[in-house]
Design a binder for this molecule. Structure first.
Ligand code: PGA
Length: 251
């Protein structure tokens, strides 16, 4: 039985004041104990958020890390060890906004994945097809290529301590959610693909869905056999919505 995970990706949002308010409203709510809850604030807010959630079950993660593990001369970058040092336990790797806007390649993403695990962070590997790829019948092939960039390079065992987030690019921030059936289809394909290398790793692997998850559609998505929680962008900036999504994962 996989334990659900609901992760809030705050992206480049928030001020000190708005984030304090968001966390106050979030920690006041009853969040289900059967669900892992994580938030991914901007780098500059990580420590404040870490302090504010310290007495709750919420853990913190970063939205990216450097390809290089150790500290060094890499202006503007943050190493996975530095993230671990300030209390992160997870890190997003290969979010589509970074793949598209920062030209991150599968090779770079694989190096970041290695750095994350070497630092003791759990990488959340984000994969997903664009609308053009879906319309061309390439959704499965695209996602498989993105998973293979790590799986074939590093071996299946690295997925024992990782999470995969399937986020169709056309559903991110657009209000267009994949239907539960569309999402389940890809999630099942990812799991079956991993199972070719190890049935037990595939069985234990948490695969999150991301792309316009909100309180109104979360329960249906999370009811699917291979959907183990969500990576939530926009709706995670609203404490009531995010709390309701966490509760939907616990039901
Ligand atoms: P969204 O973002 O929930 O706003 O669609 C999801 C994500 O990019 O992780």
């Amino acid at each position: 039985m996989r334990r659900p995970l609901v992760a809030g990706n705050w992206k480049m949002h928030g001020t000190c004041a708005s984030i304090k308010q968001l966390l106050t409203e979030l920690t006041e709510q009853a969040l289900p104990l059967s669900v892992d809850v994580a938030v991914f604030p901007s780098l500059i807010h990580l420590q404040t958020v870490g302090a504010q959630v310290a007495s709750s079950n919420i853990v913190i993660g970063a939205q990216d890390c450097a390809v290089q593990l150790e500290e060094g001369a890499l202006t503007g970058e943050t190493s996975a060890l530095q993230l671990k040092d300030i209390g992160c336990s997870m890190v997003l790797i290969g979010h589509s906004e970074r793949r598209q806007l920062q030209d991150e390649t599968d090779r770079v993403i694989c190096r970041k994945f290695i750095a994350a695990q070497a630092a003791g962070l759990t990488p959340v590997l984000c994969v997903g097809e664009t609308l053009e790829e879906r319309e061309a019948g390439q959704a499965q092939a695209t996602v498989q290529r993105q998973v293979d960039a790590v799986l074939l390079e590093l071996g299946v065992d690295v997925l024992k301590n990782a999470v995969i987030a399937y986020e169709p690019v056309w559903a991110i921030g657009t209000g267009l959610t994949a239907t539960p059936e569309q999402a389940q289809e890809i999630h099942a394909q990812i799991r079956a693909h991993v199972a070719k290398y190890s049935a037990s790793v595939a069985q234990g692997l948490r695969i999150l869905y991301g792309g316009s998850v909100k309180a109104a559609n979360a329960a249906e998505l999370f009811a699917q056999a291979d959907i183990d929680g969500g990576l939530v962008g926009g709706a995670s900036l609203n404490a009531k919505e995010f709390g309701a999504i966490c509760r939907a994962a616990g039901n």
